[in-house]
Design a protein around this ligand. Structure first.
Ligand SMILES: Cc1cc2nc3c(=O)[nH]c(=O)nc-3n(C[C@H](O)[C@H](O)[C@H](O)COP(=O)(O)OP(=O)(O)OC[C@H]3O[C@@H](n4cnc5c(N)ncnc54)[C@H](O)[C@@H]3O)c2cc1C
Ligand code: SF4
Length: 346
């Protein structure tokens, strides 16, 4: 049985207290929310904080399951603000999220298992550590190969001549948030700052977040849900349990039956949620007919370059990019057609 190392557990009641505790602990301190990623990682000595500062008792982060309206531009109804401490179960079950942001609900309900979704939070999911077959192993296993660059070692076993780590962005909600152009509100010792989801992530398996270690993710702001649609499709071995080895988030803004703007973001194929702008550009001005969808799927396939460090063969995972992008776009097209059908008959 893997055991947790000894550590001091602190339970602040406010964000201010949490920031002060982190300042006192310095690099030895880490925040924890649901602990479904950090505690297993600590058991394997991936992260070794001597002070763990729990965010679970801070009510301001939970704001839920109620989702409150943000002050959006006049007339568009505003967007929604999600507390970073909302559990994945609350997020997936919330009626407003399900109705207006179904891609977020879908991403949340596809994460791991019901028990883990009851503990795991939105914030923890968006700050999830990157993953690799040579890293997500016990300390003894990693020691036997003399570790790797991501923790305690010097070499990358996936690409031995590479100066960087290629561990994979494996959060289901990260690509969804980038596709939706969500904004993340962070607070640190210097105050608050708002960061677009796309700028929250680095394409680097070790330094995968632009967030500073002492910053807390307070909330996620979703744009007003008007005139666009989005979806998320996930590839994994076991449908009830596993991390994504490919995630496809698609966002499309409609003008009647024509796509006016679009984003396609891939998860599980790089160290960050990978925007594929050429694929999105193929959709703009079209009615999403089969040829356009095939061209977009092809344009997403080309830059999708999974490494040989997660489940399944990399060539097959790359090929699946084409298939999953096509399926996601077909879903968005069908939903648009059925909504327009309903509005013309009513
Ligand atoms: C068996 C198993 C299967 C899983 N499957 C999936 C899956 O399919 N898809 C998926 O996406 N994930 C999966 N996970 C990972 C994890 O359960 C979820 O990503 C979960 O949402 C993590 O949230 P948490 O609150 O438990 O994070 P924690 O473990 O508490 O924290 C994770 C990281 O985020 C930081 N953090 C947490 N909250 C904040 C905050 N508000 N501000 C700043 N930093 C913060 C912590 O310091 C830590 O570095 C799985 C985990 C397990 C054990
Ligand atoms: S990609 Fe390389 S350096 Fe990064 S975790 Fe895997 S083996 Fe280690």
């Amino acid at each position: 049985m893997l055991r947790l190392p000894t550590f001091t557990y602190l339970a602040p009641r406010t964000v201010k207290q949490a920031l002060a505790m982190k300042a006192d602990a310095g690099p030895d301190g880490m925040y924890v929310a649901g602990g479904t990623d950090l505690y297993p990682n600590m058991k394997r000595r991936h992260q070794e904080p001597r002070v763990v500062i729990s965010l679970a008792g801070i009510r301001a982060l939970r704001r839920g399951p109620t989702v409150r309206r943000s002050a959006g531009p006049p007339g568009n109804g505003g967007g929604l603000v999600l507390g970073a401490g909302l559990t994945l179960s609350d997020l997936a079950a919330n009626v407003k999220v399900r109705k207006r942001y179904s891609a977020v609900a879908r991403g949340a309900e596809l994460i791991s298992t019901p028990l883990l979704r009851n503990m795991g939070t939105l914030g923890g999911n968006l700050c999830l550590d990157t993953r690799c077959n040579y890293y997500n192993q016990t300390h003894e296993w990693r020691k036997a190969i003399d570790f790797c660059m991501k923790k305690d070692g010097a070499i990358c076993w996936v690409a031995p001549s590479s100066p960087r780590c290629w561990a994979v962005q494996s959060s289901d909600l990260a690509p969804v948030m980038v596709a939706l152009d969500a904004q993340f509100l962070l607070i640190g010792p210097g105050g608050e700052r708002l960061v677009p989801a796309s700028r929250f992530y680095h394409n680097d398996g070790i330094n995968y977040l632009t967030k500073q270690p002492d910053e807390i993710l307070l909330e996620v702001r979703l744009p007003a849900a008007n005139g666009w649609d989005a979806t998320y499709h996930k590839l994994r071995r076991r449908g009830s349990f596993d991390f994504p080895v490919l995630g496809v988030a698609v966002w499309a803004r409609w003008d009647g039956t024509t796509v006016r703007d679009a984003r396609i973001v891939l998860g599980g194929v790089a160290s960050y949620p990978q925007d594929v702008p050429d694929a999105a550009a193929a959709l703009v001005g079209s009615r999403l007919d089969d040829e356009v969808i095939a061209a977009a799927a092809d344009a997403a396939f080309r830059p999708s370059k999974p490494m040989d460090n997660t489940d399944f063969g990399l060539a097959w995972r790359k090929e699946m990019t084409r298939v999953y992008v096509r399926r996601a776009l077909e879903e968005v097209r069908e939903r648009r057609a059925s909504r327009r059908g309903r509005s013309t008959t009513s």
